[in-house]
Ligand binder design. Structure first.
Ligand code: SF4
Length: 328
């Protein structure tokens, strides 16, 4: 997203909660009071270790999962209370790229049928000829060709299947792409190709993207802004460059210290923060900061009071008592 563009909010997430019952009296708080905005034409990265709630958060934002509380607005409309007509338009405008292209595409289906399905459902082609041209254009757009349309999915590699998945998502001219760890199931050697393809398409089509990943080095490359989640909470949110040059939250600092650097000298100088303990259970999480048990900066207040997200610098939000002036 270029800085000279006016920031129009595409998706607004307000105090979103998604709880699950865990046993008779317990609650699993997968997403717990999370708020953020995604601007039109930007890529918003959502990161955190597995189990932190990022995928549940993304799926609840898209209305794939019911919310427990809070609100998600897409272009001003409440995602969880859309009319049938609004929902139909929403499912065209907002498309998903799935984590595992082996599971998300029927291996015995023809590539043509997979890509043409959305075009047919939304009546986007005037006739069969136009439909064929649209399918060919989409295949070329993702680095495949017209001949691939006649083949079955099982004939393709993981990277090629993910390209087919991207072509399917783009077939209905969406405005918003939800990419749920789209490269984590792929070979390391082709991950960069898929990331570069998504970046190119995002720019060309001015797509808004919500990009979920557990790997900070991946989101850095693709995101304009990044939100870091820990155990159902958003703990830090800022521009991508800012997050890497000036991380504030102790958890973000620990995550970043684990990102490998290619330069051996720089790597040797880098501070490596070892996180103690494991991620606690999201079932009935304790009061206060959820990172307290693993944080080397933990203070008395951290175990009693949940830190709120605050803007500590322009556009840089952190949920940590270290940055709350009132706590001093
Ligand atoms: Fe650490 Fe306290 Fe900040 Fe939590 S609120 S990250 S425990 S310093």
């Amino acid at each position: 997203m270029s800085n000279d563009k006016e920031c129009t909010v595409d998706m607004e997430v307000c105090h979103l909660k998604k709880y699950y019952k865990a046993g008779r009296h317990d609650l699993l708080k997968a997403v717990d009071d999370v708020s953020f905005q995604i601007y039109k034409g930007e890529t918003f990265g959502l990161v955190g270790e597995s189990g932190c709630g990022k995928t549940t958060c993304g799926k609840t934002c898209l209305g794939i999962l019911e919310k427990t509380d809070g609100k998600v607005l897409y272009q001003g409309k409440d995602v969880h209370s859309m009319t049938k007509k609004e929902r139909f338009a929403f499912t065209k405008n907002v498309q998903m790229i799935f984590q595992d292209p082996y599971a998300s595409l029927n291996p015995h289906q023809k590539v043509y049928d997979i890509i043409a399905e959305g075009i047919q459902i939304h009546k986007l082609a005037k006739n069969r000829e136009e439909e064929q041209k649209m399918v060919t254009d989409l295949l070329e757009m993702v680095g495949l060709n017209a001949e691939h349309a006649t083949r079955n999915v099982h004939e393709f590699s993981g990277g090629q299947r993910q390209r087919i998945g991207i072509a399917r998502a783009l077939s209905v001219n969406p405005e918003f792409l939800f990419c749920d760890e789209p490269i984590s199931a792929l070979d390391v050697s082709i991950q960069a190709q898929i990331v570069n393809l998504l970046m190119k398409l995002q720019k060309e089509k001015n797509l808004t993207m919500l990009f979920i990943a557990h790997d900070l080095s991946v989101v850095k490359h693709i995101s304009d802004r990044i939100g870091v989640m820990y155990l159902g909470k958003m703990v830090e949110l800022t521009e991508s460059g800012k997050l890497y040059s000036d991380p504030k939250h102790p958890y973000t600092k620990a995550l970043l210290s684990a990102v490998p650097i290619a330069d051996p000298d720089a790597s040797a100088k880098k501070e490596h923060i070892m996180l103690k303990g494991d991620v606690p259970s999201p079932v009935n999480p304790p009061e206060g900061c959820r990172f307290a048990g693993r944080c080397d900066k933990c203070m008395e207040i951290c175990r009693k009071v949940t830190p709120e997200m605050r803007e500590v610098e322009d556009g840089h939000f952190v949920a940590c008592h270290l940055y709350n002036k009132e706590d001093d």
